[in-house]
Design a protein around this ligand. Structure first.
Ligand SMILES: Nc1ncnc2c1ncn2[C@@H]1O[C@H](COP(=O)(O)OP(=O)(O)O)[C@@H](O)[C@H]1O
Ligand SMILES: [Mg+2]
Length: 454
């Protein structure tokens, strides 16, 4: 075979370059470029391909929904699209301490109860003892579960080929090393190389593979997310590590929708699925104090009630009052504050504003704008927002309140949990079936109007 040309690849971010550089121009790492052999396209041209093409009509004829393996956590199964697909590869990402290992142990236990095969848990991060302590605390029996404390990917593959497995869990992909590479564990080159070997093994053996990966606060580009395109499913476990609620979303799913979300609660005995999240998320709402508004958001196909809290206080920094956002984007908060300041009578000049979505839920829907604005207004005016009232609507730059999607679904959920009034955009026209629901709609045109009506 003709020898390839020499090129250089950065061990930190995977960037390739034709010449050696002391510093990677993409990620700025020093001394990270190593020599690799690169084959030009012409050299790889073949006389004949070993794969065949298929007629689409034939594929259609034999196409069936994939087999799913269940593990007794219906909410998590729903996020996966209805269970684990044979031969699928899933990456579970989240910040350290959020509960990835705990969730994977629950999954392993559930699968071990329902399957004959071995469940193989590759522990790169924790010792078997540590996993045992966690297992005991969260009540895992794990009859068919085996823990393998190995980080060398070749040894792992050797071991996997010795027995039959029904599922393989890697905790975490950042701890594995491919001995054929110079770079350290956790570098992009190592993550890619190890994951690629394991994914190929999983596809050939049809054994589902789960891998966990830590995300840093910045959402780290040079981390496990580089695997997003090579796995079938990416799940993200999110939440405020100091609070007890976690949300599990699909960021990518080749076998289902990415719109579904599950709410889990971290308890002493592990992660427990929350079956009526709306009711749990608003259960500890303070009554009779300003700054708290319930907002109905839509997660996937389901409405979810969340409590938005705000605290507006005199700033200690007169040059630049602070804006702090937990659970919503800071830019969104800046925008909503600017609209409030310009288009309403609420005085927030020289005030620090903190907004927090209770329970560690992240709200990205514009439909929550009005609720967020009213929480801020309620705190700034020191006026309680009634506990039996909620608000939904988008906020425009001129202070106008616009219609959001699925308003009826949101209102129905509010009515189910006993809310009596909802502030909605004036343009919203309820259907006949909504008219039968016992809830008052308070229609508003703009933000000032909404503030006057609560
Ligand atoms: N004794 C305990 N009681 C309740 N929760 C605990 C206990 N020990 C650990 N936890 C919870 O488990 C979390 C760690 O979960 P873990 O699955 O190890 O996270 P990850 O694998 O994502 O780093 C802690 O942040 C804490 O919320
Ligand atoms: Mg862990």
């Amino acid at each position: 075979m003709a020898k390839g040309k020499l090129a250089y690849s950065c061990t930190a971010c995977g960037n390739e370059s034709n010449s050696w550089l002391g510093r990677c121009p993409i990620c700025d790492a020093w001394g990270s470029l190593v020599e690799i052999e690169k084959h030009s396209g012409a050299q790889t041209l073949k006389d004949k391909s070993s794969v065949q093409s298929y007629k689409f009509s034939e594929i259609l004829g034999s196409a069936e929904a994939p087999d799913r393996i269940l593990f007794g956590m219906p909410e998590t199964e729903r996020v996966l699209g209805g269970g684990v697909v044979k031969g699928s590869t899933t990456l579970l990402v989240g910040e350290p301490g959020i509960g990835k290992s705990t969730l994977l142990l629950h999954l392993a236990d559930g699968l071990s109860d329902r399957n004959d095969g071995r469940i193989y848990y590759i522990a790169g991060e924790e010792s078997p003892d540590q996993i045992g302590i966690r297992g005991k605390r969260i009540g895992i029996e794990g009859k068919r579960l085996e823990i393998f404390p190995e980080t060398d990917v070749d040894s792992i593959l050797f071991e996997l080929n010795q027995h039959e497995q029904s599922i393989v869990i890697i905790d975490s992909i950042q701890t594995l090393v491919d001995p054929g590479l110079d770079s350290v564990a956790g570098s992009v080159a190592q993550i890619r190389a190890c994951a690629s070997k394991l994914i190929t093994w999983s596809k050939i053996s049809q054994v589902p593979l789960f891998m966990s990966g830590h995300l840093t606060k910045e959402g780290s580009v040079a981390g496990p997310k580089v695997l997003e395109h090579s796995v079938d499913v990416v799940l993200q476990l999110d939440g405020n590590a100091s609070g007890s609620f976690r949300s599990l979303h699909g960021l990518k799913n080749r076998f289902g929708s990415t719109n579904e979300m599950a709410v889990l609660e971290m308890r002493e005995n592990g992660l427990v699925e929350v079956l009526d999240p709306s009711s749990d998320l608003i259960s500890e709402r303070p009554e009779g104090v300003p700054g708290s508004v319930v907002v109905p958001i839509i997660e996937g196909t389901r409405p979810l009630l969340v409590e938005v809290q705000s605290l507006v206080s005199q700033t200690g920094n007169s040059f630049e009052p602070r804006r702090t956002a937990n659970g919503i984007e800071l830019n969104r908060l800046v925008l909503i504050s600017a609209v409030l300041s310009k288009q309403s009578s609420v005085d927030i000049i020289g005030k620090d504003i903190i907004v927090n979505v209770v329970g560690g839920i992240r709200v990205s829907e514009p439909a929550a704008d009005l609720g967020i604005a009213l929480a801020i207004a309620s705190s700034a005016l020191d006026k309680e927002f009634p506990a039996s009232t909620a608000a939904v609507g988008e906020l425009g730059l001129t202070g106008e309140i616009r219609k959001s999607i699925y308003i009826e679904r949101r209102i129905t959920e509010l009515a189910r949990l006993g809310f009596q009034r909802v502030i909605v955009p004036k343009s919203f026209v309820p259907s006949d079936s909504l008219n039968e629901i016992d809830i008052n709609l308070i229609k508003v045109n703009n933000i000032e109007d909404a503030i006057k009506k609560f």
